[in-house]
Design a protein around this ligand. Structure first.
Ligand SMILES: C=C(O[C@@H]1C=C(C(=O)O)C=C[C@H]1O)C(=O)O
Length: 401
């Protein structure tokens, strides 16, 4: 660690963060930066090995790190894993000087605009050679046809629910500054999991996920079912929210899916709370919370067991899962890549918090790729599902300037 006194030479937290990210990229390191919901800390983890590692999903046995798993099941049943060669956190409520003892600065000091330029150079130039699947933005007409197709499959009894997704592209302006985007996301979405990660082989992703896939902390296991979407309106959007039967059913299907996973492993003692209305950016969702005491139920590895059973949940894929997956492969044709996969810190400060990779953007030198899906049931109105994906894309899109 370089002497903390150098930190005094920095003007702001933004400049500090820029120095850390730019340097990590320049050195070929993998980096993950996140801010957990309702937290004041930006957590920073660097893997300096230069190797893109893969790890088993036995979370309890993993060292401190950050896990990244694509939407699609992996043949080797492993995930990408950044191992913490360096880990520290920044208190967003304190000045740099007040916390200099806790911070690292192994980076040359550059101005914020130099950092922004440098960071951008390390975003992928083009994705064409990294992808076998479709990387085209989806038109409104095509998405509506896809939703109609899904409704038809539901009417024919092939599916109960399907979650088609689409890709939207947004040009990045010359003044795009990753650090400004990260900071503005942390300020705008206090309830979200704000994340940025850069893995040279996988690219650079920035997101604000509202959805925990699994969390373990002490003896408590937690998961949630999150579905049903409407725009937050008025001064007191939570109070004004009224849910239709379509949304209530859509969310209930996700809860049922979670309970079915518990049943598979004969876990009977869990605490289910909700559903209640929650806010994510300018959207409202319905959410139920599930808690399990891992000690009382004698399930110390519940985090790993449930991770393997839950992903992909019917909130991002559909139900029944296999049929929904086949449907998406045939009709959606999108290479979802890491979108709707899972990401998050593993065994960091004795806690594992893995989120569904939603409300996310893949950053390339010139443009951002935004991904969003919408839960379709028999009663879906295709035009409204399109609008829902537009709003979901905007959650990240409007912070990329
Ligand atoms: C698929 C997405 O979100 C999921 C789908 C939702 C829905 O269909 O209403 C709501 C929350 C998420 O579980 C997305 O953000 O792209």
């Amino acid at each position: 660690m370089q002497h903390a006194t150098d930190i005094i030479k920095l003007e702001s937290l933004d400049q500090y963060l820029g120095c850390i990210i730019a340097n990590a990229m320049q050195e070929g390191n993998q980096v993950a930066i996140w801010r957990k919901p309702k937290s004041n800390f930006l957590q920073v983890l660097l893997d300096k090995s230069g190797i893109t590692k893969r790890a088993d999903l036995n979370l309890e046995e993993l060292p401190t790190g950050f896990i990244v798993h694509p939407f699609e099941d992996q043949e080797d049943q492993k995930a990408f894993f950044l191992e913490a060669d360096s880990y520290f956190k920044i208190d967003l409520n304190l000045s740099l000087v007040e916390q200099q003892e806790q911070l690292e600065l192994n980076a040359p000091i550059r101005s914020s605009s130099e950092n922004a330029q440098l960071i951008r150079q390390y975003f992928a130039k083009s994705l064409e050679n990294q992808h076998s699947g479709n990387l085209n933005a989806c038109s409104k007409k095509d998405f509506i046809a896809l939703v109609e197709n899904g409704k038809q499959a539901i009417r024919e009894g092939k599916l109960n629910k399907i979650v088609p997704a689409r890709l939207k592209k947004k040009q990045l302006s010359d003044k795009f500054d990753l650090v400004q985007s990260i900071i503005s996301l942390t300020k705008s979405y206090p309830n979200a999991f704000i994340n940025f990660f850069h893995i040279p082989d996988l690219g650079s992703w920035l997101g604000a996920s509202p959805e925990i896939l699994i969390q373990t902390k002490g003896n408590t296991f937690y998961t949630m079912s999150l579905a049903g979407t409407q725009k937050a309106k008025g001064d007191n959007p939570m109070k004004n929210a009224a849910w239709t039967q379509k949304e209530i059913e859509e969310q209930a299907l996700v809860s049922r899916y979670i309970v079915d996973c518990f049943k598979k492993i004969r876990l009977r003692e869990y605490d289910e709370q909700g559903p209640k209305t929650v806010i994510a950016g300018n959207l409202l969702h319905l959410r139920s919370d599930f808690f399990v005491d891992m000690q009382a139920t004698n399930f110390p590895q519940l985090g790993s067991v449930m991770l393997k059973l839950l992903h992909p949940t019917s909130a991002v894929c559909g139900m029944p899962r296999e049929k929904a997956f086949e449907f998406l492969r045939e009709y959606e044709k999108l290479d979802r890549s890491l979108f709707a996969g899972f990401i998050g810190p593993v065994n960091v400060e004795e806690e594992t918090s893995i989120f569904v990779n939603l409300r996310t953007a893949r950053l390339t030198e010139k443009e951002a790729l935004l991904y969003a899906g919408a839960g379709v049931t028999e009663d879906s109105i295709p035009e409204k599902e399109w609008e829902e994906t537009e709003m979901k894309c905007e959650i990240i899109g409007k912070h990329l300037n």
